[in-house]
Design a protein around this ligand. Structure first.
Ligand SMILES: Nc1nc2c(ncn2[C@@H]2O[C@H](COP(=O)(O)OP(=O)(O)O)[C@@H](O)[C@H]2O)c(=O)[nH]1
Ligand SMILES: [Mg+2]
Ligand SMILES: [Zn+2]
Length: 315
């Protein structure tokens, strides 16, 4: 019995590194409103940490590892969409998390493929850092394009920002995008359609003009030159090495994440999250049996050696 539409709504979630995309997705998966959702994750770096953070919340999580899906033809992405279309009778919709340097509006073109229907572009912004990032010479253009191409902009971390940050960011956003701007947390029904939100009113002809072929050959923007390195760890690491590591974060690092075991809690999964100047260390459950790994992402031009040395401080 399938009373739903025969085309799968495809929602794209974007936003700069650390903006809160995976957190938002986990929230959706935790409260799916009775919908069966397939999630596609286009993580930055070669270690699948986001996929594992999401997998603990739900079933159908597919990881897209073949480069940034906004600018490369990414055979992997076309194939994955094919796979998802094959699951159509057991899922209700698809949500794609684009890498933090990707342009989600470009990815949304894929929703015009047979079997899918566009359900909008949701872009996360961190009210504490987005205005500064937007002026950065390497990533500014990407951050602005992400926001400008959104249907709905969601301000994450509204719990940490003060009212001045929030209203200042809202004022900036109103000059940068036509999108509806809302503050997190938001119910799933608002994040995913159908909902009273300002879905772009582009005609099919305009969408056609933005053909997938064009997107496939568009050169990557300079923000794609972020320096990313990863390291696999072997066995539990000393608690003290985490403290040392936090204090030694080199300049240029905008994001790091890790799934590790720590010597005083060797059976648990400890999640390391560096996001801008904030570092959090949390335990989210028992060890998942995967590889112990950490990935660091830094602004273009950051010396790799500094990142290697930094990750080597862990254990
Ligand atoms: N306090 C707070 N922290 C958040 C919020 N959203 C995300 N974070 C934290 O910000 C960090 C980056 O979030 P993540 O979802 O992984 O960002 P992504 O890189 O865009 O996928 C993590 O440590 C999250 O726990 C929020 O609304 N409030
Ligand atoms: Mg993520
Ligand atoms: Zn890209």
């Amino acid at each position: 019995m399938s009373s739903g539409p025969d085309r799968l709504p495809l929602t794209v979630i974007g936003g700069y590194l650390g903006a809160g995309k995976t957190t938002l997705l986990n929230g959706i998966l935790a409260r799916p409103d009775g919908q069966r959702i397939a999630v596609l994750v286009n993580d930055f770096g070669d270690v699948d940490i986001d996929g594992r953070l999401l997998a603990s919340a739900a079933g159908d999580v597919l990881t897209l590892a073949n480069g940034c899906i906004c600018c490369s033809m990414a055979d992997g992405f076309a194939e994955t969409l094919e796979t998802v279309r094959g699951l159509a009778d057991r899922i209700d919709r698809v949500v794609v998390e684009v890498s933090g340097v990707g342009e989600p509006r470009r990815v949304a073109r894929w929703a015009h493929l047979p079997g899918f229907t566009p359900d909008g572009v949701v872009v996360l912004v961190d009210p504490l850092s987005v205005r500064e990032r937007a002026t950065d010479r390497y990533v500014g253009e990407t951050v602005i394009n992400q926001v400008a191409g959104a249907d709905l902009v969601v301000m994450s971390r509204s719990d940490l920002a003060d009212e001045a940050d929030l209203t200042g960011t809202e004022a900036w956003l109103s000059t940068t995008t036509d999108a509806t701007v809302l503050r997190a947390p938001l119910p799933t029904a608002v994040l995913l359609g159908p909902a009273p939100r300002n879905l772009s009113t582009r005609t099919d002809a305009e969408a056609e003009a933005d053909s997938i072929e064009d997107g496939a050959t568009t050169p990557a923007s300079p923000s794609h030159d972020h320096v990313s390195i990863s390291r696999h760890l072997d066995g539990p690491i000393p608690r003290s090495s985490i403290d040392t590591w936090i204090r030694a974060r080199p300049g240029g690092v905008v994001r790091a994440k890790g799934l590790v075991r720590v010597d005083d809690r060797p059976d648990d999964r400890t999640v390391l999250q560096v996001c801008g100047s904030t570092t959090t260390v949390t335990v989210d459950g028992p060890w998942d049996g995967g590889a112990e790994a950490v990935v660091a992402i830094a602004l273009p031009g950051t010396p790799r050696a500094a990142l290697v040395k930094w990750l080597n401080l862990l254990g």
